[in-house]
Design a protein around this ligand. Structure first.
Ligand code: PGA
Length: 251
């Protein structure tokens, strides 16, 4: 069985003391070995602190954002080499908040995705449709566009990456996609990747995100093409996050 993932996207939340408390609570609750990939994404300024607290633990961490250049005159941005300096294994790219609030388009998201991979950081590509797009029956069309943007001459771009299906209407709304709804889209994503390489498709972790909590996680994670979750709000509470981790096949 594939090792499942639980990722916690803290977004722009927490200050130093809360970061220390939350990470220590997680470590205390996850003392015994578990068989899942657990990743936290703190605000960038707390990555050094996170790296210190989580070193020598089973937990890993990543950046919420990256700029697709190594160094240079890009005020306010940070690059994959910088994330690597602090032990980041993963980086989120294409999160709907960045696509919709900050106007990041598919081309820019693709540049970030490839930049991360070039530096050995695993990009977690977030894709998903808005409510209007779903109501208009455009979900598969939107996803195809978001996934297609990544393809270059090399058709094996999905190797060493993670995809998170996050329907925009489910993010932070308390309205989760049903396991069946999510499974249908996850299968669509896997079939899309399989058209280029069967092995990459079967190995690709496809996570569900959007109002995941300790009550709905088990049913979602039990679906054949759902390999875990990307959790926002519930990842800020250690007990809830740990309860979600326990919904994977990790013990
Ligand atoms: P949510 O956020 O769990 O609070 O809905 C998920 C995300 O944005 O990654």
């Amino acid at each position: 069985m594939k090792k499942q993932f639980v990722m916690g996207n803290w977004k722009m939340n927490g200050q130093q003391q809360q970061v220390v408390t939350l990470l220590n609570e997680l470590l205390a609750a996850l003392l015994s070995p578990f068989d899942a990939n657990v990743v936290v994404f703190p605000p960038a300024i707390y990555l050094p602190l996170t790296a210190t607290i989580l070193s020598n633990s089973q937990l890993t961490w990543g950046g919420q954002n990256v700029y697709p250049k190594d160094f240079g005159a890009y005020t306010g941005e940070l690059s994959a080499p910088m994330l690597k300096d602090y032990g980041c294994r993963y980086v989120l790219v294409g999160h709907s908040e960045r696509r919709h609030l900050l106007g990041e388009d598919e081309k820019f998201v693709a540049e970030k995705f490839h930049h991360a991979k070039e530096h050995g950081i695993i990009p977690v590509l977030c894709v998903g449709e808005t409510l209007t797009e779903r109501q208009q029956g455009l979900t598969e069309e939107v996803l195809t566009k978001q996934l297609f943007a990544l393809l270059q001459d090399d058709k094996r771009v999905f190797q060493q990456s993670v995809i998170a299906y996050e329907p925009v209407w489910a993010i932070g709304t308390g309205q989760t996609a049903s396991p069946e709804q999510a499974q249908k889209v996850h299968k669509f994503i896997r079939d899309f990747v399989a058209e280029f390489n069967q092995q990459d498709a079967s190995q690709l972790p496809i996570l569900y995100g959007g109002s995941v909590n300790e009550k709905n996680a088990h049913a979602l994670f039990s679906m054949p093409d759902i390999d875990g979750g990307l959790v926002g709000g519930a990842s800020l509470n250690a007990q809830q996050f740990v309860d979600i981790i326990k919904c994977t096949n990790c013990y």
